[in-house]
Write a protein that binds this ligand. Structure first.
Ligand code: V47
Length: 374
């Protein structure tokens, strides 16, 4: 074992031996990591894996979030974003409006549109196909990462198509990959309370499997810091790892800290720095078959996200413009961050910033344009 690894927590020693030997850790090990208070030892191991995979490279991308509607039939307790159709604050963008919103972000030379929204009871499937096709036509160089597995499930029901047919049509319209949202926590017990009526955990995984089989890569998230326990977290990570063994279609794991404000779970406390950092590190250690772990500064705060870069994360998302989902849930972080600020945070953490596109190809910029080196 490397001399640099030190801990007084005896439960961590056999885990460290496995990690340093490049062996896979199991569910009991993952549970022991959650139960340990030795954050430095857990982080040291995660950082060891991160540096073996990526050295000092820290990725970021320049994207724009577009949320075409906040009208949602689901009424999840975890969510502050969704609204009923006729309630105050509900909105639905006309197609022109969505394309205009995209164009505003384009002045920043974005390489990705990240598109997610509510489960609208009336918008036809064709609206979404037209939305995507219109974006592709107007911005052919921009990667379209759109629709969570939950939205795909809902659209397939509304369009009376199979999941496969729905995904095929979305792909044909111009969807290039899928974001990782809607996974929450796979446990049925927890889902019944925080997001009843959504796809269940198995359906989320089955939809991701189908997307990967059709050649669409996706991300995976995990919403933590609400009513789930350590076993639920371990179960979630193990299920993601098993599916990744099968398909290899996941690009990035993004742990999402729960923001309780303006949700039906507003009585819950916010996540602690300890849990946020542990979640990044344990994600890196368990998901040995995921290439990337993303620190999403919008919800971790830039300060915690920066520290996460030395605890397992290799990706700092992003220069996101106009994020809505967390800000409706009380996030006080700015709605976007300029490239210069992002790269300063990365450099101050002793890391090397590399702008990437969605597929992790480096992006090379001049004053007026960018090229992607594949
Ligand atoms: O699915 C909703 C979560 C997700 C709250 O794939 C909440 O690159 C915290 O998935 N507090 C959407 N979380 C965001 C998401 C995402 C973000 C960044 C990058 C990527 C990617 C994906 O946000 C939802 C849900 O899990 N969420 N409400 C809340 N109150």
């Amino acid at each position: 074992m490397s001399h640099a690894f030190q801990t007084d927590d005896a439960r961590l020693r056999p885990i460290a031996e496995k990690v340093l030997a490049g062996q896979r850790i199991d569910a009991a090990d993952a549970l022991a990591l959650y139960r340990s208070f030795d954050i430095l030892a857990v982080g040291w191991l995660a950082n060891h894996v991160r540096e073996k995979m990526h050295g000092d490279t820290t990725y970021f991308n320049v994207n724009r979030h577009i949320n075409p509607t906040n009208v949602c039939v689901a009424a999840c307790r975890l969510c502050a974003f969704g609204r009923k159709k006729d309630s105050a604050g509900s909105y639905t963008m006309a197609l022109e409006e969505a394309w205009e919103t995209a164009a505003q972000g384009y002045s920043e030379a974005v390489t990705e549109f990240h598109i997610v929204g509510g489960l609208h009871p009336d918008l036809p499937f064709q609206y979404f196909l037209d939305l995507i096709a219109g974006l592709k036509q107007r911005f052919p160089k921009v990667h379209i990462k759109a629709f969570t597995m939950v939205e795909v499930g809902y659209l397939s029901k509304r369009a009376k198509l199979s999941t496969r047919e729905t995904l095929e049509k979305l792909k044909l319209a111009g969807v290039d990959s899928l974001p990782g949202g809607g996974a929450e926590i796979f446990s049925d017990r927890v889902r019944r309370i925080i997001c009843d009526h959504k796809l269940d955990g198995q359906q989320w995984l089955d939809t991701a499997r189908m997307a990967h089989q059709l050649g669409l890569r996706s991300n995976a998230t995990m919403l933590y810091g609400h009513i789930e326990n350590d076993e639920d977290r371990v179960d979630h990570l193990m299920k993601l790892r098993a599916l990744q063994d099968e398909t290899g279609g996941f690009q990035t794991f993004i742990p999402l800290a729960f923001h309780p404000e303006n949700t039906a779970l507003h009585h819950l406390p916010k996540t602690s720095g300890m849990l946020d950092i542990k979640q990044i590190a344990i994600g890196r250690l368990v998901l040995d078959n995921f290439a990337h772990i993303k620190a999403y500064w919008q919800m971790l705060t830039p300060k915690i996200a920066q520290i996460a870069l030395r605890f397992g994360a290799d990706d700092l998302d992003g220069t996101v413009i106009e994020e809505k989902i967390y800000h409706d849930a009380g996030a006080t972080t700015p709605q976007g961050m300029r490239r210069e600020e992002l790269t300063r945070l990365i450099r101050e953490a002793g890391r090397e910033p590399v702008e990437r596109d969605t597929m992790y190809h480096p992006v090379v910029r001049t004053e007026t344009s960018f090229t992607v080196s594949v």
